[in-house]
Design a protein around this ligand. Sequence first.
Ligand code: NAI
Length: 436
Amino acid sequence: MCEEDGEFSVSRLIKSVAVIGTGTMGAGIAAASAAAGCRVLMLDITEEAVNGALGQINEADLHLVSTGTIENDLPKIYDYDWVCEAIVEDVEIKRSLFLKLEDHRREKSVISSNTSGIPLSQLSEGMPERFCEDFAITHFFNPVKVMKLFELVPGKETAPDVIEAFSRFGSETLQKGVVHAKDTVNFIGNRIGCFFILSGFHLAKKYLNDGIRQETIDAVLSTPVGLPPTGLYGLVDLIGLDVMELVGRNLAVNLPKEDKGHMFTSFPSVEQSMHDRGQLGRKSGGGFARQIKLADGTREKEVFDLLNEEWRTADPSDEVGLSVGLGEILFQDSLLGQLAWEIFGGTLLYAADLVPEIADDIVNVDNAIKWGFNWVHGPFEMLDYLGPERVIGRLESENVPLPRMLLALKESGGRYFYDHSTSSYLGADGRYAPIQ
Ligand code: NAI
C-alpha cells in the first residue's frame, strides 16, 4: 500500500502517480494505483476521455483521484512522485509530451513510458539530462488489473535509485511480478511471446495444407505443451490482429540483423487480408473464430477456415484426444508431434538464444513468459522439464546448432538450467548463481 509517512531507506519513493493518457492502459494503471491507496492524477486530451476512464476506478478509491486535461492541468503533475506516460504509441508524440512534462515535473520525481516496444534510447535521445536520469520504461500488460507482469527497462543514464523506486512500487505497492528487461525491441515477454505467434502463423500453413484443422492446432499448442487453452489462433483473437501487425512492423525495423524473427515479421497473405478488412479478433466481432446467434437464441462457435477463407461450424472433436503427459507431444513421431516441435519447440529454442541479449538471466525470461503469457513453465523451466539432454540430443542428431544457453549448459557440464537443491540457476557465463 502507499504509505505517505513511512520510514524508508530508498532515496526516491513513489506514493502518488500522475497518469498521462487514460486509454486502455492508462486507466488500468490509474485504477491499480488508486486501489493500492495512492493519490492519482488522470490527464488526457479531453475531459470526455478522462471521464470515460473513471469508470475503471473502484468507487471506494475515487476520493484519491483528480482529473484534468493535458492542455489545462499539466502544472498539477508537480504534486506527484511518478509521471506515467500512457498515450498513443508514437515516438514523436511521446517525445513532445515529455518536453512539456519537464516544465512542470518536480525534482526527484520519476517519469516513465508504458510503450510496448519503442526503444528507450529513441524516446530519450537528446532529452535533458535530468529527464534521462529519472526516466525508465514501465511496461504493464493488458488488462493491468489481471496481468502480473511488470517489465522494467532502464536506459543507459537512468539513475539506480529510479529503478529501485519503480521496482519497489511494482512489487510491494502494486503486487506485480517485476521483471528486469533490457532496452531491446519488444523487451522480454513480447519478444518471445510474439515470436511464438508470428512464427506459428507461418509454420502452421504446412500442417493446415496436410489437413490439420485450426481447432487441432490450437489444441496441440495449449495444455499439451503447458500453454493456456487459447493456443495460437485463440490467443490472437484476444490480442487483436491489428496489435500483432504493429508488433511485426516494429520487429522488422528493430530486430538485430541476424535474428531468426525476421523470417516471420510479415503476415501470411490470408492473415494479412483478414487484417486489412478489419477481421481482427474478439474486438471486431470475429477473427479466427466468432460466436454467432442461431434462430433459436443459442450461440454457436464458428471458425474462419484459413484454407478456403470461409466461415464454418467449429468442430469440438478436433480439440480432444491430446491428453498425453506435459510436453510428451513434442517427441511424438507424428504430424502433431512435428507441429508442436516446430512451433512451440522453436519458440523454446529462440528464447534459449536470447540470454544475455534481452535479459541478464534466465530467471527474468521465465518470469516474463509465465506472468505475461500464462505459460505453466517459462522456456528454461520447460526445457528442464523436458530434459535438456534429450533436447540437445535431438538437435545434434538433426544437425541443428545449439542455441546459446543450451550450448552454455552443455559446456558447463550441468544437466539442468536450475539446480533446485541449491536454489541456483545457470548464468550466461556458464556458472550457477543463486536465485535472488
Ligand atoms: P489507447 O488508444 O487506449 O489510449 C491512448 C490514449 O492516449 C487515449 O486516451 C488518447 O486520448 C491519448 N492520446 C492520443 N493521442 C494523444 C496525443 N497526441 N497527446 C496526448 N494524448 C494522446 O492506447 P493504450 O492501448 O492504452 O496504449 C497506451 C500505451 O501503452 C501505448 O504506448 C501502447 O503501445 C502501450 N501498451 C498497450 C498495451 C495494450 O495491450 N493496449 C499493452 C502494453 C503497452
